[in-house]
Design a protein around this ligand. Structure first.
Ligand code: NAD
Length: 358
């Protein structure tokens, strides 16, 4: 059956990294006779300029019909003063919510050749390969009641951290299954020493571990995990956590690799349809200069091949080609350490050449 892919380049370098990624995708489609249909549409500021909305209904409808959405990046100074509903960044949150993308997967992978870019010592960081699975649509970011009271003495504000059993089970299932495909170790992160919601989270995850005897489950308190990620990151394989803790921990893990232009992400629904995007933004400071690193977007395509498009072997091939590219010394400006570098528009041809020869 035809697999539908929606490509949303967005703004700034989103357009540049998406162009590279689509070159690679078109090559894979032709060389492997894949039954994929790609539709490209505007989103973010680019959509606002044409249609007066950062996420027009036509885009939302197309996204709902697609197996995978490739999302570049949105935003820029031009649209910074619009009210929230019209701002480019609103497109992202609307898509996550409307597509029910409750599972956010963020790998933090270090190419040892680039370990100099990491703020952590080589002997600690080398071979880093972690996957953070963050719950994305629940927890304290969405819990009700929430609010602010400026009429009380003293004034106060409050939020509710709440998870029901189903929400915990579905994110834990994604994490256990991801661990089964990796090194079969899962660390569930919570604050069970102080929060009821965390105690509940821990009991459900522990109970579920009976169904995954091949996965070694451990639990850690979130403050300790923040520390351990810096002190001894290689102890982790897969980490699963709630929305709030995952938000913080995935940024720490990403920072360990030292290169924002190389971090992909996937956000999935319960049938593994999903949205795939680099962790970086639209980088207005370098947009249009042909110097952005497209590898985060290309790696996001690899995640789409693996999770939503059911082409796991091709995903592995693409990952291998990126490793070879780095090993062979190709560097865009962000990772060139001031030395000679290649252009964004040259990267896809190099990756395609490597794919042809592997
Ligand atoms: P940013 O990620 O766009 O840029 C931060 C720094 O990293 C910049 O110096 C940039 O040049 C560099 N950088 C980022 N990606 C790179 C790449 N692929 N190659 C080389 N260098 C890269 O974050 P920001 O500057 O805080 O935000 C810029 C705009 O992007 C804002 O409008 C913000 O709202 C938006 N934003 C969008 C998303 C998204 O679409 N998912 C995420 C974050 C920020």
């Amino acid at each position: 059956m035809t697999k539908k892919i929606l490509a949303l380049p967005g703004d700034g370098i989103g357009k540049e990294v998406m162009a590279s990624t689509l070159n690679v995708l078109h090559y894979l489609i032709e060389s492997h006779d894949l039954d994929f249909l790609i539709t490209e549409m505007n989103v973010g500021g680019a959509a606002y300029d044409v249609e007066g909305s950062p996420i027009p209904n036509s885009v939302l409808e197309e996204a709902k019909k697609s197996d995978a959405v490739l999302f570049g990046a949105v935003g820029g100074e031009k649209w910074d003063n619009l009210e929230w509903d019209l701002r480019p960044e609103n497109a992202l949150l609307t898509l996550r919510k409307e597509l029910n993308l409750f599972a956010n997967l963020r790998p933090a992978f270090l190419f040892n050749e680039l370990s100099n870019a990491s703020p952590i010592k080589k002997e600690i960081i080398n071979n880093l390969d972690i996957l953070i699975v963050r719950e994305l649509t629940g927890g304290v970011y969405f819990g009700e009641p929430r609010g602010m009271n400026n009429d009380a003495e003293p004034n106060y504000a409050f939020n509710t951290m709440i998870y029901n059993e189903d929400e915990i089970r579905r994110i834990a299932k994604v994490a256990f299954e991801a661990a089964q495909k990796r090194n079969r170790r899962l660390c569930s992160v919570d604050k069970a020493n102080v929060l009821e919601v965390s105690k509940f989270w821990r009991s459900i995850v522990t109970e579920m571990s009976d169904d995954y005897p091949d996965v070694e489950l451990s639990h850690q308190l979130a403050d300790n995990t923040a520390m351990q990620l810096v002190l001894d990151p290689n102890q982790f394989d897969v980490i699963v956590s709630s929305n709030l803790f995952g938000d913080i921990l995935s940024d720490i893990a990403g920072t360990l690799t030292g290169s924002i232009g190389m971090l992909p992400s996937a956000s999935l629904d319960s049938s593994f349809r999903g949205m795939y995007e680099p962790c970086h933004g639209s980088a207005p400071d370098i947009a249009g200069q042909d110097i952005a690193n497209p590898l985060a977007m290309i790696s996001s395509l690899s995640m789409a091949l693996k999770f939503s498009l059911k082409e796991e072997n091709l995903s592995k091939k693409l990952d291998e080609s990126i490793k070879t590219y780095i090993k062979n010394g190709y560097r865009t400006k962000d990772i060139s350490a001031g030395k000679a570098h290649i252009k964004t528009s040259e990267v896809s041809d190099i990756i395609i050449d490597i794919l042809k020869n592997e």
